[in-house]
Design a protein around this ligand. Sequence first.
Ligand code: ADP
Length: 502
Amino acid sequence: MEARVGADAIEAAINALRAALGSDAVIADRDQLNEFRDPFYVLGDDSHDVSAAVFPVSVEEVQSVVRIANEHKVPLWTVSQGRNYGYGGAAPRVKGSILVNLSKMNRILEINEELGYAVVEPGVRWFDLVDALEAAGGKWWSSIPDLGWGSVIGNSLEYGRGHTRFGSHGHNIAGMEVVLPNGEVMRTGMGAMTGNKAWHAYPFSYGPTVDGLFMQSSMGIVTRIGWRLMPRPEKYASCWVHFDGDEIIVPVIDAMRELQLDETINNYPFLGRGVSANAEGQPDLDPNSQKWALRFALYGYEEIVEAKWRIVERVLGSIPGVEIGRKVYDGTDRVGPDKGIHDDRVQAGIPGMELLDLYKVPFGPDTGHLDFSPIGPLIGSEVLKMVRQVQKLYDEFGEPYAAGCMLLPTSIIVVSVMFFDPKDKEKTLRMFENFDPMLAKMKSEGYGLYRTGIYKMDAVADTFDFNDHALRRFVETIKDAVDPNGVLQPGKQGIWPQAYRG
Ligand code: ADP
């Protein structure tokens, strides 16, 4: 899909942006713009090129950008850090969009030491936030995803996931500020009241709570959020469960559900086959491996962590064929790269880049990947069925299946990663083609995806088909009302404004 405006309108918008924000804030040079291509797609492909990139430094500048886009009816595509790798990176859904890159709005506006929240702008990366928390005394931990270079806002708006107690990043947002498609600024929740003292401390609005409308969404540009933090625990145990062969998934998952629901385990565990770091902390990617590794964490006072471990031993340790283990750290002992493996670090909210190295194993430094991530209920027999179904699809395509499942208390995201070499056009495209029958099969079995990249947004949206896509029609109705010119992120998550439909 291309922008539905002429080159002259795009040119006029770029000139207006230069006039409003200064020419240093705008990149229109083709070579420089190539930096914003998706590195995980066919190398050199131009089908999602942006026509310019603009770098606002304030909310007022974001408002100017949106107003200029409306004037010229030019589509915008927002990124915070644009590190959404595996889902499109910084590349827009619509070719010719102007990229709104918020990486220069990178202030941490507040760290609230009593209530445990931070208030951040979009350019704040996980590395920046954790550095600031440590510099402030380390009383608070942040949940983080596997890679530290992305932003708190970009990841959490996409329902990204972390691995501590507050690892459901979409749930972790406490109050937003948003520039709406007409250029107006809105604050959600208690922030809708001027001078309200509980904006980032209380989750709801008076009346409908609209924060969800800005997640995986094209309804606004989020310019700040409140972000919940976790108190540094006295003790932290990084725990693992190892087993060989798929059948043992059933009792392990059923036990994990019980342990999560009664909050013995209150972080977000990860179950992988062939994708974990090995015991020496080295990247270990062996999709042919039959060895499963589940990791989870226990946090709290020493007595609590000990008592919880005894329960874990009783419940998980008694499953035949299962080996369990743990490493216990003091909360103040930040697990550096010299100590502990990725699993230990990520569950303690210590950001790194080691997983990116792991993902380079298949095809070297250029390795790309496409993620397929259906959600199912957290029931052992169901999870085994899903894993076997996904395995069968990978077998049919002759591709290795590296499984990485993210556990919630009642559901599981069965993520799998298709690796390819972006320099090999034919094979890369084949991988993207393989996605479609996988999607169709999983949909027919009752499983939907939690997230997808720019290439498959329409296809995934199509699978949410209840009552002739009532949900999509509802969201499009709102989209048309708030963004009549269809300038903000047209096509994101399969939501097209009026001007692009049909
Ligand atoms: P990260 O910071 O993790 O690299 P991205 O910047 O790539 O994440 O953003 C991921 C996706 O989230 C983008 O494609 C965009 O659609 C959306 N997004 C990112 N930042 C914002 C924002 N500030 N407001 C609205 N949507 C955003």
